[in-house]
Design a protein around this ligand. Structure first.
Ligand code: SAH
Length: 319
C-alpha cells in the first residue's frame, strides 16, 4: 500500500474534478479560510507569534493558500513548512505558496519554535495493516499475486485488548505510520509548543471492519487492481491518534464531526458574505457549504481532532 501510494502520488496530481477525488479545500475556499482563522485565533490567544504553519500532505497547496490569506487579515504571516513526498504536487504547492519550505518527512521540521500542524486527508493515505480473526487466532491479511491471503504467524500482540475476542472473520486495522508520525510530532509539540489538527474520514476505535478502499475517477474500484494508479485509503482511528498523543503529554479535544466544526467556526456567515459579494455565485457557494457540512455528505463521516501542548488553550470549534 505504501509503495502503491508513493507511485500514485509521485506521478500525478489526482485532485479535482478531472482527477480521481476531491478534498474539502478543493470544494471551497471557505474550508481553508476557516482553518486559517482557527489557526490565527489560537496563535493570538496563546501569544505564540513565532509559531510556524506546517501542513502534512498539502495536496495542491490550496488549503494553505486560503488559510494564509485569512491569517494575513489577522496580521499573521507565519513561516510555512510543507511535508510532501510527491514531486508533482510539490510543483503545484510552489505555485500556490512560493515562500514555503519543503520536507520529505517530519524529522527536519524546525526545532526552535511552536508548530501548528494541519493534516487534511493525510493520515488516510498511509499504509495500514489488517488482521483477521481465524479459528487459529489472529493472522495478518497480506497480498500476493494480486489476491488477499493470510499470513502464518500469530498476530494477537497487534490487536487492541478490547477486540481480542472479536468474532471469527472480524478484521482489525492498524496504521503504524500514522501512529509513529503522531507520536513523533506529539513529542515535538510537547517540547516546542503547538498543536496538530487532523481532519479525515474515520471513526473512534477500537472497532472492527475492513475500510481499505480504492478510488479512481470519483468512484470506488478494486484496491488490488492496477496498483500505483488508484488512490488507496483507509479510515483513520482518531481514538488511537488521541491516545498516542496523550501518551506524549498532549491534550486531545473531543473528536467531532466536520460539519459541527465548520458550523461552529462560522461557515454560514462566510457563505452568506461570499454570496452577497457575488450573487451570481450564490448557488455554487451553497452547494459547496452543504457538501462540507451536511451529515449525508462530508459533514458526519469526516471527523476533526486537535491535540495540543498542555499549556495551549482549548482551540475554537470544539466547545
Ligand atoms: N491535504 C490535501 C491533499 C490530500 S491528498 C487536500 O486536502 O487537498 C494526500 C496528500 O498527502 C498528497 O499531497 C500526497 O502527496 C501526500 N502524501 C501521501 N503520502 C505521504 C507521505 N508518506 N509523506 C508525505 N506526504 C504524503
Amino acid at each position: 500500500m505504501a509503495d502503491a501510494n508513493a507511485a500514485y502520488y509521485g506521478g500525478r496530481d489526482p485532485l479535482g474534478h478531472a482527477g480521481d477525488f476531491i478534498t474539502a479545500p478543493e470544494i471551497s475556499q471557505m474550508f481553508g479560510e476557516l482553518v486559517g482563522l482557527w489557526v490565527a485565533d489560537l496563535i493570538l490567544r496563546t501569544g505564540a507569534g513565532n509559531a510556524a504553519y506546517v501542513e502534512l500532505g498539502p495536496g495542491r497547496g490550496t488549503l494553505a493558500a486560503d488559510a494564509l490569506r485569512a491569517m494575513a487579515k489577522a496580521g499573521l504571516d507565519p513561516p510555512v513548512h510543507f511535508v510532501e513526498t510527491s514531486p508533482v504536487l510539490r510543483t503545484k504547492q510552489r505555485e500556490a505558496v512560493p515562500a514555503a519550505q519543503w520536507h520529505d518527512d517530519i524529522a527536519t521540521l524546525p526545532k526552535g519554535q511552536p508548530l501548528v500542524v494541519i493534516a487534511n486527508e493525510f493520515f488516510d493515505a498511509l499504509a495500514i495493516r489488517q488482521y483477521e480473526r481465524t479459528a487459529r487466532g489472529w493472522r495478518e491479511r497480506m497480498v500476493a499475486e494480486g489476491a488477499f491471503l493470510l499470513g502464518g504467524t500469530d498476530c494477537a500482540g497487534e490487536i487492541p485488548i478490547a477486540l481480542s475476542d472479536a468474532e471469527l472473520g472480524a478484521i482489525v486495522e492498524r496504521n503504524p505510520a500514522a501512529e509513529a508520525i503522531t507520536a513523533n510530532l506529539a513529542g515535538r509539540i510537547a517540547a516546542q509548543g503547538g498543536v496538530l489538527l487532523a481532519v479525515d474520514y474515520g471513526y473512534e476505535g477500537p472497532a472492527t471492519g475492513d475500510t481499505l478502499q480504492a478510488m479512481s475517477r470519483h468512484g470506488y474500484v478494486d484496491p488490488l487492481e492496477a496498483p500505483g494508479t488508484r488512490d488507496l485509503t483507509a479510515h483513520v482511528d482518531f481514538a488511537m491518534l488521541a491516545a498516542v498523543a496523550r501518551e506524549r503529554g498532549l491534550k486531545p479535544t473531543p473528536c467531532i464531526a466536520q460539519g459541527t466544526f465548520l458550523t461552529a467556526l462560522g461557515i454560514d456567515a462566510r457563505a452568506a458574505a461570499l454570496s452577497r459579494a457575488n450573487p451570481a455565485g450564490a448557488e455554487a457557494v451553497e452547494t459547496a457549504r452543504h457538501r462540507l457540512v451536511a451529515p449525508e455528505a462530508m459533514g458526519r463521516l469526516f471527523k476533526v481532532l486537535c491535540v495540543r501542548h498542555p499549556a495551549w488553550p482549548m482551540p475554537a470549534g470544539f466547545a
